[in-house]
Design a protein around this ligand. Structure first.
Ligand SMILES: *Cc1c(COP(=O)(O)O)cnc(C)c1O
Length: 245
């Protein structure tokens, strides 16, 4: 596993400030000034030194995608004081690493995976936050549950020991078509809104599921306009990365 060291002259504090400015402008221009959209830095493919530098520069919310990598970088991230979320597809045989190193698994897309996470969390007596990953773009290559099944899955997951469903996550359509991308993000927000409204009415038990993790380096403004509470940014902060295999 080849991980990329920090580039010479890379200034993570300046990069974070730039992205935070983008977030603030986006919030203000859609009537959400002061909404407090959180920035998660996606550090995949970069090494422990680069990840530590980002945390020390204030990017304390970190997303990791590959469990082998998280296993290697986890101690450095913990020591730097990072809050770690899992944002990559999680195989059940790697779930143990996720439960050990992360406080939130954003990529729950099946009850079987959630049951495994619940069992591992119970063994460790560790409360675990999870988000339901939804495939809003309908692309077959994309991970996530169908939008029509997202609420039922959220309800079933919330009923498992040690797990709290804190919201919904999606990887948007990779397209320059603003309307198409935003339609997907809007769909995720509608699912979240239904979860909260029906919980208020006592039908569901999803009161904590308010988070909308959506938007990346290229389209965070569109996601914020559709209600994102957390954007996941890699390239715009870490720099270009090699293609994932
Ligand atoms: C890598 C990654 C991101 C960040 O992507 P960029 O385009 O580099 O900002 C966001 N979400 C997930 C799930 C990722 O794997």
């Amino acid at each position: 596993m080849d991980l990329t060291p920090p580039a010479a002259g890379w200034d993570p504090a300046a990069a974070i400030a730039e992205v935070k400015a983008r977030i603030h402008v986006a919030e203000a221009s859609c009537g959400r000034a002061g909404a407090g959209v959180r920035l998660l830095v996606a550090t995949k493919t970069f090494d422990a030194d680069a990840a530590r530098m980002v945390v020390q520069a204030g990017g304390t919310l970190v997303g990791e995608s590959r469990m082998q990598e998280l296993d290697v970088k986890g101690p450095a991230l913990a020591e730097a004081g990072a809050t770690v979320h899992v944002i990559g597809q999680l195989q059940r045989n790697k779930a143990q690493i996720a439960v050990e190193q992360a406080i939130c698994i954003q990529t729950v897309e099946s009850l079987r995976l959630a049951e495994r996470l619940s069992r591992l969390a119970l063994e460790r007596e560790k409360d675990l936050e999870v988000m339901i990953q939804v495939n809003v773009s309908g692309e077959e290559s994309k991970a996530g549950v169908n939008p029509d099944e997202a609420l039922a899955l959220a309800v079933a997951v919330q009923a498992l020991p040690m797990l709290t469903v804190t919201g919904f996550m999606t990887i948007g359509l990779n397209s320059p078509d603003e309307d198409a991308v935003r339609a997907g993000y809007r769909r995720l927000r509608e699912i979240r809104d239904t979860a909260l409204i029906e919980s208020e009415r006592g039908k569901y038990d999803l009161r904590d599921a308010w988070e909308l993790s959506m938007g990346m380096s290229g389209d965070l403004e569109w996601a914020i306009a559709e209600g994102a509470t957390m954007v996941r940014v890699g390239t715009a902060i870490m720099g270009a990365r090699p293609p994932l295999d």
